[in-house]
Ligand binder design. Sequence first.
Ligand code: HEM
Length: 243
Amino acid sequence: MTVLSLALREGTAEAHTLAEHTAFMKCFVRGLITPSLFRQFLANLYFVYTALEAALASATSDRLGAMYFPELNRSGQLAEDLAFYYGDNWRDQITPLTATRVYLSRIHDLAQSNPLLLIAHSYTRYMGDLSGGQALSKIVRSQLALPEGKGTAFYEFPALPTPEDKKAFKQRYRETLDSLGLDEDAIARIVKEANFAFALNCNLMHALEPELKTTIGDQVWQSVVIENQPSRREHPRPAAVAV
Ligand code: HEM
């Protein structure tokens, strides 16, 4: 019998490698991110989490309801960061990129037509934030020389302050996934959707890459992008969604 948490981990391993190896992430981990790019990244994630969290909070099925953990919510944390980077009128200054609109359309469509598949979107974002996201926070704090306690609320989980808390929570999250009692077909559809969620995230990052390339210059860009290239398979492109 297939176990959902394992199916997700194994079934998205390749997508995870591709996400880690986007030029955006490679530059991020090498400390090449700028305040302009970081705030745009956070702004686009704000739209994604606001849509996802609204959809999860209004879940009417028991199974999806079991996967709603308000202590994971990121939209409030992101709002705090956006006020720091853009100022009090941050809401008037941010708009979603086209790639983000496609991502939002998918979340809205699933909320209407197939809410159980939102589990894949929850998994892709929150498990990532609780994992690699923690290292990214340290990198960006040092790169942007951020003042104490400012600018990385996105990576902080007030309800899970220590690494042990996060580790225990991830275990609980996996156990909850596995207790849903989903059949093979539902598991396969959730894994497929999680791969799509990874692709949507990659496309969001790709959309920020032209500015990144201009900022760091062709030579640095080339040296970072060709280093440790994973097997060059194209990300599945999200199906065209009217925006
Ligand atoms: C440079 C970028 C990244 C690094 C260094 C990184 C690193 C990691 C690490 C070390 C883990 C394993 C944690 C553990 O086993 O407890 C992990 C898990 C995970 N990451 Fe990433 N990650 C990156 C980017 C991403 C991105 C862009 C996403 C999705 C948008 C993502 C989604 C996930 C998910 C869903 C898991 C959980 C896997 C599982 O245990 O089922 N990661 N990441």
